[in-house]
Design a protein around this ligand. Structure first.
Ligand SMILES: *Cc1c(COP(=O)(O)O)cnc(C)c1O
Length: 455
């Protein structure tokens, strides 16, 4: 190690955790189209949401204030793992032989192993403040369920999680973690709810889906005054909470005098990517830097690159408000790829809007290319990335190799949304050569989006 080389790990002191979240709505040249009531198609008001969410979060959903203060109680919990490290990927750069300078922001250091506690913690806090006793939610692979279970434990809330039956059976370790944090977890469909019973009566062996699990969690929250529902992505307040990632990254890059040329992240519902990217978009809109901002999604679930920009429901049953977003249609069921967290039919309305404004671009990647990048990254940097995060890494590797050809020393910043310690089974499949690539054809997209609601 030489003395004059910039550090591998760029850390911040606990006192440097940002004290406020950044709201991109304040700086956009144009506001995104508003959500509509699922039945009447009229504008929805705060009262339409108050059966599920506390008023503080409903306000954060609609505010156009540039900054929202992070409560001290939330900062105290954040301090368990924040500020998260920003790494200079010297070893990956060397392995690729690229002149690019690669940085990755590691959100896998959180209690849940991903970025999701950044919003789970404030959501639990505001619900506890509002006198709520219990939160319900759905989880697919289990990342969000783990984050919410941990956060509820911090603020003395009960937590009930409906996990998609197929994942519940296939991935027992997330269930154990969720139970360790004190939450109740049920396979979905479950006999506990009306929605679950209806499915089970017809399909006793149903593998479940996120849409069904959402219906179960929402039903219990809507029917009990002391119970609310929590969502781990897509909504404005979730993206807001995640901006702590980008604010820290700006401070860390400033410490090593770097300005990014490219920001990349994976997108399922859009929260970790927006969390990193939005503070950089503020800088870009203000003319202080001009990075390319690139979202990476799976080719089997390509909402941003192939979906329609249209009003659609967030769930299969059509109970949520209608949101204008890039969508493959609320009845679309993506192939069972290993990046479970990226299998959502829609994209966050606010992120979709920035794409329409031309502020971000999007690419789609097939899973073998992603796992290959994940393997390269693991061997070079010693971190097993979450299958979701490998999408960001694949786009990073692609750009770094392009730099090798052109000789450009671009500065690339990657969102490493989580670690993959509980996803080793999918790496096992990759190593055994069992992974297949799925790419959604134009015909399949047309069929999937045929049932979009007419507004
Ligand atoms: C949930 C999850 C994602 C996808 O969700 P976004 O809201 O798009 O960030 C990505 N990476 C990891 C590790 C996840 O757990």
């Amino acid at each position: 190690m030489t003395d004059d080389r910039p550090p591998t790990k760029i850390t911040l002191a606990e006192s440097e955790i940002p004290r406020r979240w950044y709201n991109l709505l304040a700086d956009l040249p144009q506001l995104p189209p508003p959500p509509l009531h699922p039945a009447t198609h009229q504008l929805i008001g705060p009262d339409d949401l108050s059966a599920l969410f506390p008023m503080a979060l409903i306000e954060q959903e609609v505010t156009t204030e540039r900054y929202v203060d992070i409560p001290d109680e939330v900062l105290d919990v954040y301090a368990l793992w924040r500020p998260s490290p920003l790494y200079r990927a010297y070893r990956l750069e060397r392995a690729l032989g690229t002149p690019a300078r690669i940085y990755y922001k590691h959100e896998g250091v959180s209690p849940a192993g991903s970025h999701k506690p950044n919003t789970a913690v404030p959501q639990a806090y505001y619900n506890a403040q509002a006198g709520i006793r219990r939160l319900t939610t759905e989880t697919g692979a289990g990342q969000w369920g783990t984050a919410l279970a941990f956060s509820c434990a911090q603020f003395g809330l009960d937590c009930e999680v409906w996990q998609v039956r197929a994942s519940y059976d296939a991935k027992p370790y997330r269930k154990i973690m969720i139970e360790m944090f004190g939450a109740q977890i049920y396979p979905s469909p479950s006999p506990i709810t009306e929605s679950g019973r209806r499915i089970l009566a017809e399909h006793p062996d149903s593998p479940g889906s996120l849409g069904i699990a959402i219906s179960e969690a929402v039903e219990v929250a809507a029917q009990n005054a002391d119970t609310n529902y929590a969502l781990g992505s897509v909504l404005n307040h979730v993206l807001l909470h995640q901006t702590v990632i980008g604010e820290e990254t700006l401070l860390q890059l400033a410490k090593v005098n770097e300005t990014p040329d490219l920001i990349v992240g994976c997108t399922g519902g859009g929260s970790n990517f927006s969390g990193l990217a939005f503070p950089f978009l503020r800088e870009k809109l203000a003319g202080r830097m001009n990075p390319t901002v690139r979202a990476v999604e799976p080719a089997s679930c390509p909402s941003l690159t192939k979906g329609k920009y249209a009003y659609d429901f967030g769930d299969v049953a059509g109970m949520t408000p209608l949101m204008k977003m890039h969508t493959l249609g609320h009845t679309f069921i993506p192939d069972a790829i290993h990046a479970g967290g990226l299998r959502y039919h829609g994209m966050a309305p606010l992120l979709s809007h920035t794409k329409e404004l031309g502020l971000i671009e999007a690419v789609a990647k097939t899973q073998r290319e992603c796992f290959e990048a994940g393997m390269r990254f693991a061997r070079a940097e010693g971190i097993v990335p979450a299958p979701e995060s490998t999408h960001a890494l694949a786009a990073c590797v692609e750009e770094a190799l392009r730099c090798k050809e052109t000789g450009e020393p671009k500065v690339i910043v990657v969102a490493l949304s989580g670690h993959g310690h509980l996803d080793l089974g999918s790496y096992g499949s990759y190593l055994a050569g069992d992974l297949v690539d799925h790419e959604l054809s134009e015909e399949a997209v047309a069929a999937a989006t045929a049932s979009l609601p007419v507004i």
